[in-house]
Design a protein around this ligand. Sequence first.
Ligand code: 6PG
Length: 237
Amino acid sequence: MSRTAWTGVVVVGSEGHAREAARRIVGAVRDAVEEKGRCCAALSGGSTPEPVYRVMASGEAGELPWERLSFYFADERCVPPEDEASNYRMVVDSLLAGHQEHRSRVHRMQGEAEPQRAAELYQRELPDPLDLVLLGIGQDGHTASLFPGGEAVGEDSRRVVAVRDAPKPPAARLTVTPPVLRDARRLVVLARGRAKADAVAAALAEEGSVHEIPARLARRGLWILDEEAASAIEGSP
Ligand code: 6PG
């Protein structure tokens, strides 16, 4: 069976976005398992991945090799795990729907703990390198909780840090840093909608600064976009 390509841009209609993204992510997981016997994947939060996680949970996009999987997080909001805003909670409700027996495979960031301490603890727990990191992108070009002009996007040694002043609420967050994205074996970025188009185009442009558009850190990844999110990429119809 041919291996999936792990770099480039895939554009799908909005209706089919979650299904196509789920299919490709399940493919990435299977490729990692075939290569190494297991897959350690970091997940993102936000509204774009949630329907993707639901399709993944349903089995429609192919069965996940649950026994070989460990899930981590690319970022978390500093709230308790049962909070509506918790990325962990979103993952439990979507990706683990019907698979609650695999809850122990999901390694959460401790959003309820003192942030510096939580970041240090998670840094010890997070495998290096990750086999797969799933990311989103904000209208301002952020990815994970690496925001334009923020200190975290300039971090070069610590692998997980606390962010105090994120412009996207809540302001207090935990995030992986650029070295984690640089070392990861596969990156997948998901985006939908016209509001993301300029950020996507800037992230994929030949030139630009990661301090201004942190999502450029994932430029080498596989970008799964709907037509609107892809509409400002240079050369797009
Ligand atoms: C978070 C994220 C964040 C997200 C983007 C896109 O927890 O807020 O991980 O980086 O992926 O902000 O979010 P949407 O999909 O909701 O637009």
